[in-house]
Design a protein. Structure first.
Length: 142
């Protein structure tokens, strides 16, 4: 009878440890997705800097579009394009025409939003050249 109690205690301990491990893996997955978004945004910002630097060096006009992905040469692989409102898909990039925001929709449904800035009145001048930059707005939860 004593062995049954010992076995039950071992099973409970292993179950608790497995639950803790699964929770940690879930948090790590979310953090990795956020890191991927930040890396993609850094690439877009570098493309914006390149466009502005080219204009500063050689002259010409900046693109008129409010969609930052119209300014850069490369787009994220999971970019849906310009849409009116939020699509049903998750783990995608899209440009919302109504709000003029570049949005990434996470696996859990919340959205990271970015807006192209054309003026020099930027709170964080990081990655802003001649007033042009990509600003992260407050995330929206569902």
């Amino acid at each position: 009878m004593r062995r049954y109690y010992e076995f039950a205690i071992v099973v409970v301990l292993i179950s608790v440890l497995a639950l803790l491990l699964l929770a940690a893996l879930g948090r790590t997955s979310n953090e990795m997705e956020e890191a991927g978004v930040q890396a993609e945004v850094a690439t877009i910002r570098m493309g914006l800097i390149e466009v502005v630097a080219h204009r500063e060096t050689f002259g010409g006009n900046l693109p008129k579009s409010d969609n930052p992905l119209d300014w850069v040469a490369t787009r994220p692989a999971n970019y849906l394009g310009e849409v009116d409102g939020m699509p049903d898909s998750k783990v995608v990039w899209y440009f919302d025409r109504r709000t003029k925001e570049l949005v990434y929709r996470f696996r859990d449904g919340h959205r990271a939003r970015f807006r192209l800035s054309r003026d020099g009145n930027v709170e964080s001048p990081r990655a802003v050249v001649s007033g042009v930059g990509l600003l992260r707005l407050e995330d929206q939860r569902e």
